[in-house]
Design a protein around this ligand. Sequence first.
Ligand code: FDA
Length: 449
Amino acid sequence: MKDVDVVVVGAGVTGLTAAVRLREAGLKVAVLEARDRVGGRLLTETVDGVRLEIGGQWVSPDQTALLAMIDELGLTTYPRYRSGDSIYIGRDGVRKTFRGDAFPVPSDTAMEIKRVAEELDRLAAQMDPLVPWEHPDAGELDQMSFGAWLAEQTDDQEASDNIGLYIGPAMLTKPAHSFSALSAVLMAASAGGFAHLLDADFILDRRIVGGLQEVPLRLAARLDDVVLSAPVDKIVWDDSSAVVGDYRARHVVLAVPPTLVNRIQFVPALPPVQAQMRQHQSFGLVIKLHITYETPFWRSAGLSGTAFSPYALVHEAYDNSNEDVDGDDRGILVGFVSDLRADALLALDPGERREKVLSSLAAYYGPEALTPVAYYESPWQADEWTAGAFGTSFDIGSLTRYGRHLRTPVGPLAIVSSDVAGLGFQHVDGAIRMGEAAAAAIIGATPAS
Ligand code: FDA
């Protein structure tokens, strides 16, 4: 048995941030990771000769914890390619091009989108995303699905579909009837306001030279005890210590998604409210698609590569060419298929899936989109150490029912991930904030050994 101050379970950004901060404070730390690599939901990998961001990749200006970490680790960023016109396909099925963040919809619809977006912004401004259950209207908003809330706000279907797109398929990756209006407001508040989610140039602003997995890789390089291929299946704990595998520690940072906490056997069992509440937080489902072409052909047609439609299989797509890789002048599109459409797509065989995705892209970019040189679907839903994407969110009513227990430590166990963050909820920024908060709480309570 090895004695350490802290065992960190999970070498995603949350766990590694906590481990680095604890190490810097002079504590003895071991990190146990189930996979044979670090990074969790961040994975930058070359597939069929193309470097891909299989998990998270974008950084936005509100993500100040991530931006500070990027600086600290000596990483640099570059802007997402966005010169030229964006594409929108409306309810009438007509493809239109536009500039800026106002979709080319009928003027009545545009006014409705603006009005409902302002209402969401008003509600988000009243919320501290760390404690959404304290919102003045929390009870009412948490009992109502976001879909029902939208239907109350407007009878303009296209306005409702567009507002819904930015929280449902694009963020929580669940259908709007399956999460509460309070969760929708949390998503907006955690990003600094709904207007930020509507603005792709803001929320998908920059990329990291070398890929976002550089963040966990460089954090791990600062640690000396990161054990890979070491899934934790049992934690024996009392009020002052815990035994995890071969380690005995005064503290444990359990930095795994909430959905995987109940997969671990706790001796004694977690208090009932802890075991209960994590049954009410679940992953959404989105398939991130990577489609590579000989050239970024859309650019010569004056297109930015940015495309949206609440009515298309691929509801959003962007130019994701590797501009940081010298000599790689291929064009890469990244697209997303979410929630119910993802269910239907996954029911098909791989050839049919590819055909459907490419024809959805062809509706945006024209027939050249049908002939890529490489095609890849990120497989997070099939990966036992994630099992969904992008992150987890709450059942209707469960934020107000359980929220106050979300980050409460249990004896020596701190249970954290980006899924319980306030600012940066479900994002790498939130993972850093949660890792730093867990470390600060332990450092405050533990003299260095
Ligand atoms: P994460 O899940 O990354 O880490 C948990 C770790 O615990 C994993 O390494 C896992 O293997 C390990 N683990 C689990 N159970 C274990 C056990 N029993 N024993 C040992 N180890 C165990 N964010 C963003 O900011 N910008 C973006 O563009 C995107 N886009 C995006 C796309 C896709 C496809 C995905 C899947 C996700 C994103 N995200 C994102 C979200 C972002 O990637 C995510 O919020 C953070 O990386 C989560 O970091 P955590 O460390 O909290 O969890």
